[in-house]
Each structure stands twice: as structure tokens, then as C-alpha cells.
Design a protein. Structure first.
Length: 391
């Protein structure tokens, strides 16, 4: 079956071949500088063009009627346009908080007072738990008395030594004894401070682990848990192949399935070290947690924007065909008879970019304004005449 453009070319060729002599006449008419002659010639040529267009339409209709397939496929079309495009990579992550701590005593002892309850809000520096410290307090009082005497002795020896009375060794011994006692008192005071467990930050008492009267030891016996969930960190590991496109402030979508919550935010930190065991690097995302919906150890799906194109050509995956040579193409629609919605399907090879949500970015082969077959593409061959309808 010959295509309409072949007929058009043939008719045009005949027209210009037959009228080769007339072209010279047209040149003569133009060179004559006779306005009337030029206008008359233009009118005649316009009339001939109208006649040819009507004949061309009849030929197109004849071509459609003489189509070898007889039955013209009906397809739907898709108008290619420039659209914003963002590509995301998906990884798994988990929620955590730096302010989620079990508190241990700094010295061994027995719990004397628990000054808080579970669920209670506390402020940084508040005394939460006190251990028995009577023995240490008594020791402090004794040391204070000894310090008082040592200070008096030191001051007296100092005045005598200034007057060159007594020996230097007596002066130095009194000074050393005074300084040792003073240092010992500072250490005892520090021990008394360590007998109290204080809040390291503003937060909420999540759990009381040890009871009143319990014997607790540093690093062994947890006493309580304090948390502050105003900020939650989402942590994840990313394959090193993405390190060039994942940056601080890259856009991310965090989806927490258990509460069906989605947050659009940005990456707050990117690790500088590749884990040699799995070739991953770490990222962190900070989430504001005003309603305390986010809890430590929740899992999250993280979608990281690693590429975007504000004017991308996007085509549905179903509209792209792959041949045996691993080449990809679409069927573009060339107009044949727009009044009858008739088109010629033309195989058009394309170069593919990234894929997202069943859409593929077309890097080469199509431009904005092109019309391609959408539904019915599998029943159409290259060069076949089709009728396109859109519902």
C-alpha cells in the first residue's frame, strides 16, 4: 500500500514538471512590474491549489478504502508534553532518639528517695533519685573539722615562718596537710553529688526500672529511663552507588507504615565513611514530633530524590516496545486526515532515562507536541493507517 506522502510528492513533482515553462512566464510577469498581471497570476495559482487539495482528499479517502487490512485499527493517543519529573530511590530505615536514655548510678548504694513518677515531665538538672549517703555526709563533717584545724595550724606556721621562727619543714608540713584535707573534702562533696541521679535533659520519665530500697551499681543496674521525643532521628544506610546524588538537604519522603504517616523533609546529615562489609553509607533525617506520634524503633520507608528534570518528556511504560536487539521504540502518529481522525503509525526509536511510578523519561526521539499511540499499540504495525479516538 502506498502512503499518502508518496502521492503528495508525485502530484507535486508532476505539477512542477508540467509547469516548468510557466515558471519562466511567472518570472517574466514579476519582472514586468505590472501589478494587474501579478494579481491575476496569483488568483489562478490559488484556484489550482484548491483543486489539488480537493483531489488530494479524495486520494486519501481512496487509500483508506483500499487498505490491505480493510479493517482500520482504532487506537487512543497520548500527547507528549514537557512535565516536571522527580526520581526517588527507596530504602528502609528506623526511628530513634539521642534523648532516649537509661540512667545508672555513678556510685554503688541503696535507693533512698525516688522523686518522680512514670510519665512525669522533668527539667534538666532536676534530682530524680537519691541514694543513701549518710555515711558520706558524716565523713564530710569530720573532714571539715580536720580542715578547720589544719587551716589554723597552716596560717600560724606561715606567720612564724615569715618572722623566721621555726623550721621550714614545719611550715611545709602544715601547708601540705591543709591542702590534702581541702582536696579530700572536694572529693567527698563530689561523692555526695554522685549519690543523686539528675535529669541530663528536659524530658519525660518513661519507666522506673529499680524500686525504692534497691541496691544499685554503676553500669550494671539501670534505675530509670528518660526520653525526649520532640525530635526524632530517622537513620538509614544507602548503597555507595548513590553517594554522588545523595546530599545534605536532598529532598526525602519519609513514610511510617504503622501509623500511615508521610513527612516531606530533607536529609540532615550524610556519613563520610563507607562500611566495608556492605558498601553502604549512613544518612540521618530529623523529624519534628510535636504530637509525639513518632516512637523510637518504628520502621520507615524513605524515598530520596536523587534526580529531577523540570521539563522532562514522560511516557507510560506500556507505550514503549522493545525489539530483539534491545532497542526501544514508540509508534508516533503522523496526521493523514484530521477530519476523519486518521493517522499513519510511524515506528520511532527512543533513548530511555529514569523510571518512576510507571513513567519513563525519554531522553531522545520525542519532543513536546508529538502524538503517540497509547491503547492498541500491540495491534498496529509500522506504517499502518489507524483511526485515533480519545474517550
Amino acid at each position: 500500500m502506498m502512503k499518502p506522502n508518496i502521492y503528495i510528492f508525485s502530484l507535486t513533482l508532476m505539477l512542477f514538471s508540467c509547469n516548468d515553462i510557466e515558471k519562466k512566464d511567472i518570472t517574466s510577469i514579476i519582472n514586468s512590474n505590472n501589478l494587474r498581471l501579478v494579481q491575476d497570476e496569483k488568483t489562478e495559482i490559488s484556484r489550482e491549489i484548491n483543486i489539488l487539495q480537493k483531489e488530494l482528499k479524495k486520494l486519501n479517502e481512496a487509500i483508506i478504502n483500499l487498505d490491505e487490512n480493510k479493517k482500520i485499527p482504532i487506537v487512543t493517543n497520548y500527547l507528549v508534553e514537557n512535565k516536571p519529573f522527580k526520581h526517588y530511590i527507596e530504602v528502609q530505615g528506623g526511628l530513634n532518639s539521642d534523648k532516649n536514655l537509661k540512667l545508672y548510678p555513678e556510685i554503688p548504694g541503696i535507693i533512698k528517695f525516688i522523686n518522680v513518677k512514670e510519665g512525669q515531665k522533668v527539667f534538666k538538672g532536676s534530682v530524680l533519685v537519691e541514694l543513701e549517703n549518710e555515711g558520706i555526709v558524716a565523713q564530710l563533717e569530720q573532714m571539715k573539722l580536720k580542715l578547720k584545724l589544719a587551716k589554723t595550724t597552716y596560717e600560724r606556721q606561715s606567720r612564724l615562718w615569715e618572722q623566721k621562727i621555726g623550721s621550714e619543714i614545719q611550715f611545709l608540713q602544715s601547708e601540705t596537710n591543709y591542702l590534702i584535707l581541702k582536696k579530700s573534702i572536694d572529693q567527698i562533696k563530689n561523692q555526695i553529688l554522685k549519690s543523686k541521679i539528675v535529669a541530663p535533659f528536659d524530658g519525660v520519665i518513661d519507666e522506673l526500672i529499680s524500686d525504692l530500697g534497691s541496691n544499685v551499681n554503676p553500669g550494671i543496674t539501670p534505675v530509670l529511663r528518660i526520653i525526649n521525643l520532640e525530635e526524632i532521628k530517622v537513620k538509614a544506610e544507602i548503597p555507595e552507588t548513590h553517594i554522588g546524588n545523595v546530599k545534605i538537604n536532598s529532598e526525602v519522603i519519609v513514610f511510617i507504615p504503622v501509623i500511615s504517616s508521610t513527612v516531606l523533609t530533607k536529609i540532615s546529615s550524610v556519613g563520610n565513611v563507607i562500611n566495608p562489609s556492605n558498601r553502604n553509607f549512613k544518612i540521618e533525617i530529623i523529624l519534628k514530633n510535636k504530637n509525639n506520634d513518632f516512637k523510637p524503633n518504628m520502621t520507615a520507608k524513605i524515598f530520596i530524590n536523587d534526580y529531577e528534570n523540570p521539563k522532562a518528556i514522560l511516557v507510560s511504560e506500556k507505550n514503549i516496545i522493545e525489539n530483539s536487539k534491545n532497542e526501544f521504540y514508540v509508534l508516533k502518529l503522523d496526521p493523514l486526515d484530521l477530519e476523519q481522525n486518521m493517522y499513519t503509525a510511524v515506528k520511532t526509536f527512543v533513548r530511555l532515562g529514569k523510571t518512576s511510578e510507571n513513567k519513563i523519561e525519554i531522553l531522545e526521539g520525542l519532543k513536546s507536541g508529538d502524538l503517540i499511540i497509547e491503547d492498541g499499540i500491540r495491534q498496529v504495525k509500522d506504517g499502518q493507517i489507524v483511526k485515533s479516538i480519545n474517550f
